[in-house]
Design a protein. Structure first.
Length: 380
């Protein structure tokens, strides 16, 4: 066994052991949105989302929102230049229920991402004391708003966010989602323990006090930020407000890709943005993570003590992901494949960086945004 390989095994054993230990510590503060007893008067909520060619799913989205109980609300869906029947669906539903107040974007102003502009437009006409930003393909359970507002009041916070839930169609897709939540566990824990540098937001569910929204700059401050949902949480934290984050699960079910391939494709524009378009970081971390993962996998069959230790450390990721699966009410089968699927997360980061660097920017909703403009407008 060469010295270089033994060193690689040692690094892999350390990295994956620390990862599992950190996840287990963080999971003490990772939970589902609780059910709170007792009737109380809750503030009005304006539910805002942007939609672009979402005719297949958006009618169900709105009808499920209309079924929210125990809360006064209005729904402001913003049709962002759709070319399908999205606008007609909005018009039909607004005729059926006055709480649906649609808006339409025909021309995107310069230096705006379409989704950010649509959310900004919706917020300008909102009348609620709280604003919920969600996605056009996101289906909420009928008591989610009630529970979220109750938690915000009980814990004296100004922002509630939930990770997007999915209904994966394969065991590998389950493993991907569990791996994704494993990578998010520390973020969630920092938020829920009021860590000074802790922040998080998710496009599926960003519920914020209206005063806090405008105080932190809202979507105007995020106008060229691709991962605007995550960075919104950062703006909230900078404003001095407090956040609580929860696992969405079936409370917030999104059409967020139901296979590993779809999920990797969805992350094309996001992962490079998450690391603030730092080329050196993508080039350094992506290949190193894949190398360390490969070393741990090879170590399982090496017969070396360090190699076996590295392999066991990689497999130890099954423990925290099994706990996450239990919190979601899922079967444990996906957790056993999570160590293999971790490589797909590392690959997705490299792929995102490669595609954006090759194209020189991001094409989103038929508009191309040069990389230098995205870097200049990004919230860091």
């Amino acid at each position: 066994m060469t010295l270089a390989l033994e060193i690689l095994f040692g690094i892999a054993a350390t990295v994956f052991s620390v990862m599992t230990l950190q996840a287990l510590i963080s999971l003490r503060h990772v939970r589902r949105l609780p059910t709170l007893d007792g009737a109380e008067v809750l503030p009005k909520v304006s539910i805002i989302f942007a939609a672009r060619d979402e005719a297949e799913r958006v009618e169900t989205t709105i009808r499920r929102l209309l079924a929210q109980k125990g809360v006064e609300f209005e729904i402001i869906p913003v049709d962002d230049r759709s070319r399908d029947e999205t606008g007609q669906i909005f018009k039909k539903l607004s005729g059926e229920d006055a709480r649906v107040r649609p808006k339409r974007v025909d021309v995107l102003p310069p230096d705006w991402l379409g989704k950010c502009h649509a959310c900004h437009l919706g917020a300008q006409s909102a009348t609620g004391e709280w604003l919920l930003f969600t996605d056009a393909d996101c289906w909420l359970n009928d008591d989610v708003l009630l529970r979220a507002l109750s938690v915000a009041k009980a814990e004296k916070v100004q922002h509630i966010t939930m990770t997007p839930g999915v209904a994966p169609t394969t065991i590998f897709a389950e493993a991907w989602h569990l791996a994704f939540l494993l990578s998010s566990a520390d973020w969630i824990a920092r938020v829920n323990t009021d860590h000074p540098r802790g922040y998080l937001g998710a496009g599926a569910f960003n519920l914020v006090e209206r005063e806090t929204y405008w105080k932190c700059g809202g979507h105007e401050a995020l106008r060229l930020t691709v991962v605007e949902d995550v960075k919104f949480g950062k703006l909230v934290r900078r404003s001095g407000a407090r956040t609580r984050a929860f696992l969405g699960g079936d409370d917030v079910e999104c059409h967020w890709g139901v296979t590993v391939r779809q999920m990797v494709q969805i992350m094309e524009k996001n992962y490079f943005a998450v690391i603030n378009y730092r080329t050196w970081l993508a080039v350094l971390v992506g290949p190193i993570c894949l190398l360390v993962w490969g070393g741990a996998l090879v170590g399982l069959f090496s017969g070396s003590f360090l190699g076996t230790t590295a392999g066991i450390a990689l497999l130890s990721a099954i423990v925290p992901t099994a706990l996450i699966a239990r919190k979601l009410g899922w079967r444990m089968r996906g957790a056993f494949l999570t160590p293999l699927v971790l490589a797909a997360l590392f690959y997705a980061m490299l792929r995102s960086a490669y595609l954006i660097l090759r194209a020189g920017g991001v094409k989103w909703r038929d508009t191309f945004y040069p990389l230098d403009k995205l870097r200049a407008g990004n919230v860091n």
